[in-house]
Design a protein around this ligand. Structure first.
Ligand SMILES: [Zn+2]
Length: 87
């Protein structure tokens, strides 16, 4: 937990829930999905609000993962999907 009160969804006026969700990034034919990221999630439509700390981490992660993804695309690799986990 972040130790703060749950934020309220502006659209549905319901408290969001702190739970794991999937972060998805897409750009120019490359998609990056990061599962099991904790965020405040609206119980109505599942829209996630990531904390600033998590956003910082996600930006770094996406930036680093884009490099090998672009190289794989340039060499037209037959391998088109990778699952990497740490720890
Ligand atoms: Zn909502």
């Amino acid at each position: 937990m972040t130790g703060q009160a749950a934020p309220i969804c502006n659209e549905h006026h319901r408290p969001k829930e702190w739970q794991p969700t999937i972060f998805e990034y897409g750009d120019d034919g490359i998609s990056i999905r990061v599962p099991n990221v904790y965020a405040w999630v609206c119980p109505e439509d599942g829209e996630a609000s990531f904390t600033p700390e998590t956003v910082d981490e996600l930006i770094i992660t996406v930036r680093e993962l884009l490099e090998p993804a672009k190289r794989a695309r340039e060499r037209r690799s037959v391998l088109t999907e990778y699952i990497v986990s740490v720890g």
